[in-house]
Design a protein around this ligand. Structure first.
Ligand SMILES: Cc1cc2nc3c(=O)[nH]c(=O)nc-3n(C[C@H](O)[C@H](O)[C@H](O)COP(=O)(O)OP(=O)(O)OC[C@H]3O[C@@H](n4cnc5c(N)ncnc54)[C@H](O)[C@@H]3O)c2cc1C
Length: 503
């Protein structure tokens, strides 16, 4: 007897064994037809982060039919809602008002090529950068507010092109995209967990969902089947919170490394797509945020605090009191340099970052960090040396030399850009640093339009699309800061156009 359970068993087993393509189409067709669909929709979006929300509203605008967004958590937004709200947009209006008019999508891509270290997908980066202004416009016309006059140069970028949302969080974007989508007819459902795909050969026809699911208990909720007539867009984010998966693909990321991500970033939909033939790329390329603090959990304040520290201050090894890196290099370069600081037993020797307190005494980033005891105000270098057990004489020598480099506006040790560096006189703000697992460069391989590629045929899986952090291979070895938000918004626009053209 072909009941749902029998069909699904057969589907998953056949797909994992690579037998799906060999199954007679008629047999598969008959079994798909035996699903008792609970409902149907034209475009089904998995996940409610930047990527899913952008895709949903843009699909609606493309008039491809009904659009339903399913989110497993109790709130929308995933990593996007807790993100720092930084968005890299070449030629944004604030940048132009600052008199920077020699930036371009090509310049951004050039920076990304350096950061990607030869592993990036240049064509994809170009396609995304070309839609940067469209992505910015999407934000503005849905009501997102950015900080007035604020556009700065962040790590690894050769120009000031990063704007920031009003409250310094991606939630400023997710809420507006959600509200606008709702007005335009997108339907959203929370606590709907995608458990499995229903395939018809190399075509996705629907999904198996746990409705009223309560994260993380898979025994909660009730199974329903939703048919997707025209497209399933996988926008389920990365897998940085899946400790077993991340350690399986990169054993250096042991559980002692904390994670900045939302709890739902567990990647099960990526694994389900792989079981149905989707090609994974660069799964072992996982970015660590070099601005993590061991003195707080998750993302915390450290990233914000160090947006002062990297520019105005210096990073020092507690082992020998010396600088050890270009504080303004990209995340990968800095993370690797930081993680070399270890005691003989291999445990972390957390380096410190220090900068002058005076100019930032009232700054929110400093006030909050001192309050929450993940940074300290210390008056002299002797105090710093004592608190962090650093050789005092070496520390003083290092800072004396460093101050000379600041005055000379030249860093002969690490070739750091010194235009924003300040002579360090104290009192100091001092915090400890250790990288945290932050972003998955790896995920599902797609073509330039967001169609998921089947690794067995190297052809798109019909009606299956993927965008955002769920995808892989775009950024190469290291993603530049503030470019994921751009990628997600832009690919949401692009995939909606692809779906329209595929109909
Ligand atoms: C703390 C932090 C700060 C960051 N700051 C920045 C920044 O300032 N600028 C920048 O460009 N990038 C930043 N990033 C990176 C960026 O935020 C993410 O890469 C981006 O938000 C990913 O968006 P997404 O839509 O692909 O996935 P997400 O926003 O993670 O959304 C995916 C959603 O899918 C849901 N989901 C997953 N599995 C299922 C399932 N089985 N069923 C149903 N739903 C499911 C998840 O619950 C989640 O809500 C930051 C990341 C973090 C963690």
């Amino acid at each position: 007897m072909h009941n749902r359970r029998n069909f699904l068993k057969l589907s998953a087993g056949a797909a994992i064994g690579g037998l799906t393509a060999a199954m007679p189409a008629s047999a598969q067709q008959r079994q798909c037809n035996e699903i008792n669909w609970d409902e149907s929709v034209d475009v089904l979006v998995v996940g409610s982060g930047f990527a899913g929300l952008s895709a949903a509203i843009n699909a609606k605008r493309q008039q491809v039919g009904s659009v339903l967004v399913l989110e497993k958590m109790q709130v929308i937004g995933g990593n996007s809602a807790i993100n720092g709200g930084w968005l890299a947009i070449p030629k944004n209006p604030i940048q132009l008002a600052q008199g920077i008019n020699d930036d371009s999508p090509e310049e951004l891509v050039n920076d990304q090529i350096i950061s990607g270290r030869g592993m990036q997908n240049v064509e994809m980066l170009k396609v995304i950068a070309d839609r940067a202004l469209d992505s910015y416009d999407l934000c503005i016309e849905t009501g997102v507010k950015f900080r007035e006059g604020f556009n700065i140069q962040v790590g690894g970028h050769n120009k000031a092109r990063a704007i920031r949302t009003q409250h310094g969080t991606g939630g400023d974007i997710t809420t507006k995209l959600f509200e606008a989508g709702k007005k335009e007819g997108v339907e959203y459902r929370l606590q709907h967990y995608i458990e499995d795909f229903i395939m018809d050969g190399q075509e996705i026809v629907g999904v198996k969902v746990r409705k009223n699911y309560r994260f993380p208990d898979l025994n909660t909720g009730k199974t329903i089947y939703i048919k997707a007539n025209k497209a399933v867009i996988l926008a389920h984010g990365g897998f940085a919170q899946n400790m077993k998966l991340r350690e399986a693909v990169d054993p250096s990321l042991d559980p002692t490394l904390d994670c900045t991500n939302a709890h739902g970033a567990t990647g099960e939909v990526t694994l389900t797509a792989m079981a149905n033939g989707a090609l994974p790329v660069h799964m072992n390329l996982i970015q660590t945020g070099h601005w993590g603090s061991p003195d707080e959990g998750g993302f915390g304040w450290s990233n914000a605090l160090l947006s002062i520290g990297w520019h105005q201050g210096a990073a020092i090894s507690v082992l020998n009191g010396k600088r050890f890196m270009d504080e303004r290099a990209d995340r990968k370069t800095c993370s690797e340099a930081i993680m070399k600081n270890r005691y003989a037993d291999n445990s972390p020797a957390y380096p410190i970052v220090l900068f002058n307190y005076e100019n930032y005494a009232e700054d929110d980033r400093v006030v909050r960090s001192l309050r929450d005891k993940m940074a300290w105000k210390l008056d002299t270098l002797d105090d710093v040396a004592k608190q962090f057990n650093i050789p005092a004489a070496e520390l003083k020598k290092t800072i004396k030399e460093y101050n000379q480099h600041v005055t000379d506006r030249k860093d002969p040790l690490f070739n750091r850009k010194m235009d924003t560096a300040e002579v360090l006189t104290g009192p100091f703000v001092v915090s400890r640093i250790w990288p945290k697992v932050h972003y998955c460069m790896g995920g599902l391989k797609t073509d330039l339009g967001g169609r998921v590629i089947d690794g067995r045929t190297m052809e798109p899986i019909r009606k299956m699309y993927a965008i955002g952090e769920a995808t892989g291979g775009i950024h190469g070895e290291a993603r530049l800061s503030s470019t994921s938000c751009l990628e997600c918004l832009a690919m949401g626009i692009i995939v909606s156009e692809t779906i329209k053209s595929d109909l």
